[in-house]
Design a protein around this ligand. Structure first.
Ligand SMILES: Cc1ncc(COP(=O)(O)O)c(C=O)c1O
Length: 432
């Protein structure tokens, strides 16, 4: 057999371009060989600190030993039956543990899927089945996935929705509060009232879906008052409140669910990403009587709640307890925020530093103006940081927000090293 030549990033990129459609984007031209906690090494042996965590999937880091061990053990017993055909205990145990974690003093039920988009799709199905209503209200700059229903809910056109319409009907968008850009909580709630006046009567709205902190939209934090008033509005009209916690959940913000900061109990919560430490798993948790609205066979999926992913998710919950990761998330948030604020005091291009717990970001504006988004600088900063050994991601409606999603298990030393790279990369670009 002929020996394969050693791979390098450039040749793998060339093969990727030839074999894979360009629609599957790639932030950085790097191919991983190995990952360990908050560090990765590429196929050329270069080391990177990982501030992206596979887009909010690795709150417990790459290959946490407890999670690896749990999956290996599961692998030795069975890997797939389809839960609807032959059931298995890890699925049930995980549902019980998530029910106990979800906010709200009422009975809950949980079921599992594979991707975040699927969880959102199913939350909408359940809300429709329970209320007998069809309409759904989502928010500007919100992101809910790439399937056709979730793209309809997503409040950002390029690149997600471009060319893919028409989207399902009966979806309406209200304005997400954004004090930096002049949208107050009152403005936002008034925009929902406007939907009721202009588009659909409140009595036909099944659900309002909201991210407690918008992820792809730019780490915009929903003020607690907004979420509380949204809850009251939903109660007034018999509308279900869905919290999309796919990016904010699994301890990212210092509580297991970000909505806990507001004291609000949603009717349904969607989860995915970090809940299974890198294995494909998503969930919908909600009020038991709402979750039981669809009839038998109405929910599920061939791979939904895969045994390996359930074993990983149970281990993630154990690691959160053993490594005290909620506390760590809060500490890390303070450390990252202080560091970004110090950077902002020296760099007027940073027009805002914001976040909740360890979900932290900075927004870049031309000439220090928050109304002139600087997507070009953001792109250059992420590229320069990668060149210097830090995987960094952008987000935001205008692509001008740098977000930090470093594993909560990262040491202060690694976090500070990553922050120093951001600092140096920004200085290098500005000196250019
Ligand atoms: C808030 C939110 N909802 C839904 C999704 C879609 O999840 P997935 O990419 O697993 O389908 C994402 C993914 O980034 C997300 O951040």
């Amino acid at each position: 057999m002929q020996k394969k030549p050693p791979a390098d990033n450039a040749s793998l990129m060339a093969r990727r371009r030839a074999a894979i459609p360009r629609g599957v984007g790639q932030s950085h031209e790097v191919f991983i060989a190995r990952g360990e906690n908050a560090e990765i090494w590429d196929v050329e042996g270069k080391r990177y600190i990982d501030f992206a965590g596979g887009i909010a999937v690795l709150n417990t880091g790459h290959r946490h030993p407890t999670i690896v061990e749990a999956v290996k053990t599961q692998l030795d017993h069975y890997t797939h039956t389809c839960f609807q055909v032959v059931a298995y205990e890890p699925y049930v145990e995980l549902a019980e543990r998530i029910n106990a974690l979800a906010p709200g003093n009422f009975a809950k039920k949980t079921f599992f899927l594979s991707t975040g988009s699927e969880a959102v799709e199913n939350a909408v199905k359940i809300a429709r089945a329970h209320t007998g209503r069809s309409a759904v209200i989502a928010f500007s700059s919100g992101y809910h996935g790439r399937t056709l229903l979730t793209l309809g809910l997503t409040g950002k056109v390029a690149p997600y929705k471009t060319g893919f319409g028409p989207f399902p009907s009966e979806i309406f968008h209200a304005r997400f509060p954004d004090a930096l850009h002049g949208v107050s909580v009152d403005d936002s709630l008034a925009s929902i009232e406007a939907v009721f006046k202009n588009d659909v009567e409140a009595s036909r709205v099944a659900a309002i879906i909201v991210e407690p902190v918008q992820g792809e939209g730019g780490f915009n934090v929903a003020p607690p008052e907004f979420l509380q008033r949204l809850r009251a509005l939903c109660d007034q009209h018999g509308i279900l409140l869905i919290a999309d916690e796919i990016q904010t959940g699994a301890g990212r913000t210092g509580t297991w669910f970000a909505i806990e900061h507001s004291g609000v109990a949603p009717d349904l919560i969607t989860m995915a990403k970090s809940m299974a430490g890198g294995f494909p798993l998503s969930a919908v948790v909600g009020r038991a009587e709402v979750m039981d609205a669809p009839g038998p066979g109405g929910l599920g999926g061939t791979y939904a709640g895969n045994p390996l992913a359930c074993a990983a998710a149970l281990a993630v919950l154990d690691v959160f307890e053993s490594d005290r990761l909620l506390e760590r998330s809060r500490q890390l948030g303070l450390r990252l925020t202080a560091s970004l604020k110090a950077l902002a005091s020296r760099n007027p291009c940073i027009v805002d530093v914001r976040g909740l717990g360890a979900m932290v970001a900075m927004e870049l504006g031309k000439g220090g103006d928050p109304h002139q988004p600087d997507a070009d600088l953001t792109r250059r900063l992420c590229a320069e940081a990668t060149r210097r050994g830090l995987i960094l991601l952008a987000c935001g409606t205008y692509g001008n927000v740098v977000r930090i999603l470093v594993p909560l298990t990262a040491s202060d030393l690694i976090v500070d090293e990553g922050m120093a790279i951001i600092n140096a990369a920004l200085s290098a670009i500005e000196a250019d």
